[in-house]
Design a protein. Structure first.
Length: 298
């Protein structure tokens, strides 16, 4: 067989392998949390957006929730302030809140543009629009960290309206309290709460590491599939620390609230979403419920 024909057949096999996943998740909502180093350059951003657009075109209903932490820190530094964090949460005074909202809105419209360049209609919104995200003030170990919000309500109507009218919603994690004060929201928290509220089939976190490790110093300890009870055991055993601890907590909450699968992926790998969702092997970590049927691999 000629080499050219072998390459064509290999591509066909990939498409056939993807078919059962496309059938299973057709018309299902997937929430993609996008941030960190995966947003560090435009070429990487385009790969992620290509994945999300493809998911939409084959029948998924994707929602993107994005961060912008590195860009916010850069602008905070530019005005002569020092970025400060408590337990991974940005201490947000009034001036920092203004900067965060400016940066997040800029990132939001950039992502909208990338999606629309690929022929899919997108709408960028923040949690302030349509009362999407209502928050209370969030404290870190009892410490006041300023305008940081803890989501207490998600108004899903605006998201369902956009999805039903064939738009791809792109959400910036900013919310309002009952007195209409503006709050910054941790993007992982926002993605988790939105996924729970819309009853998403999948929630995918694009992160800066390959997935969940039992031992961060041992690359062979990557966990490709884990149940919520096993995840609780890892946390209780002290195996999980640093920034992964709150992220894994969010993942567990989402699955226990009814999200079928949560994926932790390395957003720096080109087309990581497609590799995880549409191939038998996958590349990251899938978190599933204890009673998840084991006869379907994703």
């Amino acid at each position: 067989m000629e080499k050219g024909m072998e390459e064509v057949l290999a591509k066909a096999e990939v498409l056939v392998e993807a078919l059962p996943y496309i059938q299973k998740f057709n018309r299902k909502v997937i929430v993609v949390k996008y941030g960190g180093s995966a947003m560090s350059n435009e070429e990487m951003q385009k790969k992620v957006i290509e994945d999300v657009v493809l998911l939409k075109l084959v029948g998924f209903k994707p929602i993107i929730v994005h961060g912008g932490g590195k860009a916010i820190s850069k602008w905070v530094d530019k005005v002569g302030k020092t970025p400060e964090f408590v337990n991974g949460l940005r201490v947000t005074d009034e001036e920092t809140m203004e900067i965060a909202e400016m940066v997040l809105n800029r990132v939001n419209k950039s992502l909208v543009t990338m999606v629309q360049e690929l022929g899919v209609k997108a709408v960028g919104i923040s949690g302030k629009d349509g009362g999407l995200l209502t928050v209370d003030k969030k404290y870190a170990d009892g410490k006041d960290i300023g305008f940081v919000g803890d989501i207490k309500k998600v108004n899903t109507k605006i998201l369902f309206d956009l999805l039903e009218n064939d738009f791809l919603p792109i959400v910036a994690p900013i919310g309002l309290d009952d007195d209409f004060n503006t709050y910054n929201i941790n993007a992982d928290d926002a993605a988790c709460e939105i996924a729970k509220a819309v009853g998403a089939e999948k929630l995918a976190f694009l992160t800066d590491i390959e997935g969940l490790y039992k031992d961060l110093n041992d690359k062979s300890s990557l966990i490709s599939r884990i149940t919520t009870s096993e995840a609780h055991s890892l946390i209780d055993g002290g195996f999980i620390g640093g920034g992964m601890l709150p992220k894994l907590g969010n993942c567990i909450q989402a699955v226990e609230a009814g999200v079928s699968r949560v994926h932790i992926l390395d957003g720096r790998i080109p087309h990581c979403l497609l590799l995880e969702i549409f191939t038998k092997k996958g590349i990251g970590t899938a978190l599933i419920a204890d009673d998840d049927p084991i006869n379907f691999e994703k």
